[in-house]
Design a binder for this molecule. Structure first.
Ligand code: BES
Ligand code: ZN
Ligand code: ZN
Length: 508
């Protein structure tokens, strides 16, 4: 979707639909809001009539269409709920509701009346970014395997109006940045949505190589032969059951600042997680094509980092393998020796994410000595139980990374919640046979014991782990409870928060 900026207020814009935000009216409030006066006169009083009939109530998710006389395009009114509870996330969702209401309804161009989304607590810039996100992400559909599609909005214009014109240059900058990020999320979703027969580890390597060519990023791919030489026993064990061999993919974005920090981003890239010999039950197993979402979000974040020329040097590492049962698959009881020499006692082949990440973390820490490491993984079902499918779990051994990520989370609306990591969790992952076990004896705090396991391979490097098992995708069942900017399938979760984190880390 193309996103533009216009200095006019948008009421008479030559677009198929003009969108205004409307706050919920209080119970006794009868008076027609002055904010809608321009729309009302443009329609010869039709907006006030709709208000009086309670067609426009300003409730969240409410979208009301009023047609301009003479077929000159529609006006859309999206509910923002009570003014006191309004924030940028409400705007993000409302913009997506508007775009979705127009999907397949003959609208190619739309305009947002920005002032109607700005309040004393939500700045024009915050509202602008939210509208761009909501419009681009809300309009997303995975259409690759559809023989026909309905089509939707292709061009959205943010209309400033007289009062905001003096902020024009800053808002143009915000639109261009945010449209870039939202486009990268779309790009990320398109890859994460690919099924496992197509998105093999080698295919993900090809995507990385293509990105490297396009953006001038150095890309190195280690195939199964190389992984054997490097003694990456974790990736080889997990990938051993599949005819699509594992890949360790490393991307290096050099950084926009001289002598900047080095941030390593590591992602779990299980192209399909059947559970292996510890086979998962059949219902919902198809969703495990999304078990590569962490690695694909790392790929997307590198794309955004290069496009926006962020200051830090960024190393992206994708740990890719397919977890299948077969005669060559790894088994419960096996011991894997990983890149940094530490050994893993495998007790459950379905706890494979941490096994592939062991090599990736050990490798990036030893080879690049990064200032910090952040990993992203659809790691545990326990994360979904603890925090649900909208909020990712954050475990950090470093206060600065944690606070940076939490403030980036606030700014972007990708929710993170910090969880503890203690010696109790570390105790639970000790092995009798090797250094660590990949599944604990007692089923407690699964998200945190998984983090304790990963910590073994990071050592003393400042580190944060983000478990995105829940937020990485929405299913048919969860979709209806999610914001309108999350369509069914992969969400691209992590790209927005990590990109914002990298952008802000220059200022820190
Ligand atoms: N990919 C799964 C985690 C997962 C489960 C993500 C549900 C999204 C939804 C992971 O590889 C896994 O199976 N983890 C096991 C670990 C257990 C065997 C220690 C889990 O969480 O059950
Ligand atoms: Zn698993
Ligand atoms: Zn998995």
């Amino acid at each position: 979707m193309k996103v533009l900026v216009d200095r006019r207020d948008g009421v008479n814009a030559a677009v198929d639909a003009t969108v205004s935000g409307v706050f919920e009216r209080a119970e006794k409030e009868k008076e027609f809001p002055r904010a809608l006066a321009r729309e009302d006169s443009a329609t010869g009083g039709l907006v006030k009539a709709a208000w009086d009939r309670k067609e426009i109530r300003g409730k969240r998710k409410e979208v009301t269409v009023v047609h301009r006389p003479g077929g000159k395009g529609r006006l859309l009114f999206v509910g923002l709920g009570p003014r006191v509870r309004y924030d940028a996330e409400v705007a993000r969702r409302a913009a997506a509701e508007a775009v979705r209401a127009l999907q397949g309804r003959g609208a190619r161009t739309m305009a947002f009346r920005l002032p109607s989304f700005v309040t004393e607590s939500t700045s024009a810039e915050a509202a602008t970014r939210a509208l761009v996100d909501g419009a681009v992400l809300g309009g997303y559909e995975f259409v690759r395997y559809k023989s026909s599609t309905e089509g939707g909005v292709e061009e959205a214009t943010v209309c400033l109006g007289d009062d905001l014109v003096r902020e024009e240059s800053g808002l143009r900058q915000a639109v261009s940045e945010e449209a870039t990020i939202a486009d990268v999320v779309v790009w990320t979703r398109d890859i994460a949505n690919l099924p496992a027969d197509t998105a093999t580890p080698e295919r993900l390597a090809e995507e990385a190589r293509a990105l490297g060519k396009e953006m001038g990023i150095k890309v190195t791919v280690f195939d199964e032969k190389k992984l054997a030489e490097m003694k990456c026993g974790g990736l080889l064990a997990v990938g051993g059951g599949s005819s699509h061999p594992p890949r360790l993919i490393v991307l290096e974005y050099p950084g926009g600042a001289r002598r900047g920090r080095t941030v390593a981003l590591v992602g779990k890239g299980i192209t399909f997680d059947s559970g292996g010999i510890s086979l998962k039950p059949a219902p919902k197993m198809s969703e495990m094509k999304f078990d590569k979402s962490g690695a694909v979000a790392v790929l997307g974040t590198l794309r955004a980092a290069a496009m926006l020329k962020v200051a830090p040097r960024v190393i992206g590492v994708m740990a890719c393998a397919e977890n299948l049962p077969s005669g060559t698959a790894y088994r419960p009881g096996d011991v894997a020796r990983t890149y940094n020499g530490k050994t893993i006692e495998v007790l459950n082949t379905d706890a494979e994410g941490r096994v592939v990440l062991s090599d990736a973390l050990g490798y990036v820490v030893a080879q690049y000595r990064p200032d910090e490491v952040i990993d992203l993984a659809t790691l545990t079902g326990a994360q979904v139980i603890a925090l649900g499918d909208d909020t990712a779990g954050l475990i950090a051994t470093d206060e600065k990374i944690a606070s940076g990520l939490l403030s980036a989370s606030k700014a972007t609306g990708e929710p993170l919640w910090r969880m503890p990591l203690t010696d109790y969790h570390r105790e639970l992952v000790k092995s009798h046979v090797g250094d660590v076990r990949n599944s604990t004896e007692i089923p407690v705090a699964g998200m945190l014991t998984a983090a304790a396991f990963l910590e073994t391979f990071v050592g003393n490097t400042p580190w944060a782990h983000i478990d995105i098992a829940g937020p990485a995708w929405t299913s048919s069942l969860t979709r209806k409870y999610q914001p309108a900017y999350q369509n069914r399938g992969a969400t691209g979760f992590g790209v927005r928060v990590l990109t914002r984190y990298l952008m802000d880390s220059a200022r820190a």
